[in-house]
Design a protein around this ligand. Sequence first.
Ligand code: SAH
Ligand code: SF4
Length: 358
Amino acid sequence: MVSLYDFDRDGLADLLEGEPRFRVDQLWRGLWVEGRSLADVTTVPAALRASLAQRFPSTLVPQADVSSDHGSTRKWVFALADGATVETVLMVYDDRVTVCVSSQAGCAMGCTFCATGQAGFTRQLSVGEVVEQVLYATRAASPRRLSNVVFMGMGEPLANYRVTVDVVRRLHDARGLSARHLTVSTVGVVPGIERLAREGLPLTLAVSLHAANDETRDSLVPLNRRYPLARLYDACELWVTATGRRLSFEWALIDGVNDTDRARDELVDFASGLHAHVNLIPLNPTPGYLVRGSSPERVRAFRDGLVARGVNATVRNTRGRSIDAACGQLAAVTNAKRSLTVRASRPVVPEGPPPAHE
Ligand code: SAH
Ligand code: SF4
């Protein structure tokens, strides 16, 4: 289904052919600059709004709306027109308001520790479907101003490259969000990083590294077999030289797997030359990966060890754990629902001989 937010300004002008020119400006202003829902763009006549709403209903139908951290973290599960589901998380901090958006329904990358990866891939999202997540969160955050967008929800943004870049450009050009406050997180799709480096967009790139030796990374991130660390390093170097932007590495600390002194030293070797910032996060437990996250003491010691060796590192706080809104937990609700459906579709009658007609 096409979203009204799939159209750029020229696209809206085509849609409104026959209407006075200024209608295009009014609609564009209301939807993009002011971030209103179509129903609230009252500068446009009600009849025109109604006909647009009929042709382009919202692509997101909220299925669940849960909050935690005293209301400062909120997660929505949205059903899309074809029934696929995505999740969006809003995080309100003292100094910024961040939305974490999904770029795909599911994900094909199969990282072993990630709930989205465990659920598999459903489909790509469109520009409108991603933008609508941002605007939904923008309205929910009001009167605070939404300042940051991170592509860290469900899916691999660089495997939906054109959509990701279009969304970034539109949020920057039309919504006035600073590109520096837009973060694309990738598992390490090397050709995507190389292409992004040449787009000339001053956004922030986060690479989900998790291990700096190929053997461990192969076991956590299957894509590493296609693009091993040496190639990833070159792509990161290209990003830094071409954009002059800081690079960050995400590192989910897993007990006994990547929180050892050896893992730390490998990370120091990998990150130092790139002057990368490291974001540490204790692994969130997911149903399909029964290994524990590192203890808070180990997380602190790991960070101190990096800092002592000259690598900039911070520990990210894990917002929204209790509502399955933390990193890697998205799709957990959908998974739970799926397994309930599977269970419910089994015969309800107790085990015994099959009925005679079978
Ligand atoms: N596909 C992209 C962006 C979505 S995942 C990527 O992988 O970067 C967003 C972040 O959540 C990534 O850094 C990912 O490694 C992390 N993540 C996934 N599962 C996690 C888990 N169980 N615990 C902590 N972080 C996790
Ligand atoms: Fe996909 Fe990112 Fe999860 Fe890996 S960590 S399966 S790339 S969403």
